[in-house]
Design a protein around this ligand. Structure first.
Ligand code: SAM
Length: 238
């Protein structure tokens, strides 16, 4: 999967996107994450990306011409990258790029969006190209959302200063569902909200020692009786 992230603060992604499971996924080229600074698409002496809102009010609004220029520029870069990749693959007689989307699924992270859920995460993981737009200040000119965005997604009913943390949350959650990203010992199949657990919250976990400060591991988990363990775990789903 290719993920393009448009932000005013690309440095924020260093760390969360370059450690642990996401780092391994990038090294193995299962996920390709490209961050782009929206300011690089700003023109004029001051490279201004925002302006005061029509109708008045506090705060600044990110400008439609700059943000649309960034979206279109990034899509063009991505299409070029995909064409080159497809070309190399064809040369190696693997396969052409017919199945690769020519346009990314474009998401604006916004508190006004639809709440991100596990079901939505699983659906997003089926795309081969995502474009994530991070807002700042008061948000983005509505015309960008109306003309260039497929859906608005919120990570919860609270307001953050920017779309960067929501974008990281979305990438992390989606990555877990891309084949090959999780190692054998980890699995997205039986987790809270998964289909396998009937979309419920998972059962509790314990590890050694059997007793810790007077608190014992439930006997059934020490019994080795798999059917009973399964039944006990089913009773603990919530
Ligand atoms: N004026 C906006 C409102 O009241 O809905 C809030 C703007 S917020 C300060 C700046 C940016 O942070 C937004 O454009 C969005 O990209 C991001 N953001 C803030 N909270 C978010 C949330 N809960 N989910 C997703 N994105 C969020």
């Amino acid at each position: 999967m290719r993920i393009d992230i448009l932000t005013l603060f690309p440095e924020m992604f260093v760390g969360p996107m370059t450690e642990s499971i996401l780092k391994r996924a990038a090294e193995e080229r299962i996920i390709e994450i490209h961050t782009h600074n929206i300011r690089d698409f700003a023109t004029g002496k001051h490279r201004q990306v925002d302006d005061t809102p029509y109708g008045g009010g506090a705060g600044m609004v990110m400008k439609a011409d700059i943000v649309v220029g960034a979206i279109e520029g990034v899509i063009e870069q991505g299409q070029k990258g995909k064409r080159e990749k497809g070309h190399n693959e064809t040369n190696q007689s693997i396969r052409g790029n017919d199945s690769i989307s020519q346009l990314p699924h474009r998401i604006y992270l916004s508190p006004r969006g639809k709440r991100l859920t596990q079901i939505k995460v699983e659906k997003l993981a089926k795309h081969d190209w995502l474009l994530l737009l991070c807002g700042h200040y008061e948000g983005i000119d509505q015309r960008v959302i109306d003309g260039w965005i497929d859906e608005e997604i919120s990570i919860g009913d609270y307001v953050l200063t920017g779309g960067e943390l929501p974008a990281m949350v979305l990438v992390d959650a989606v990555a877990r569902h891309i084949p090959g990203v999780l190692g054998k010992e980890e699995s997205a199949g039986e987790e809270s909200f998964s289909k396998a657990l009937k979309r419920k919250r998972e059962y509790p976990h314990y590890t050694r020692p059997e007793e810790f400060r007077g608190m014992r591991v439930p006997d059934v988990l020490l019994s080795g009786h798999h059917k009973k363990i399964g039944e006990w775990r089913a009773t603990k789903l919530s």
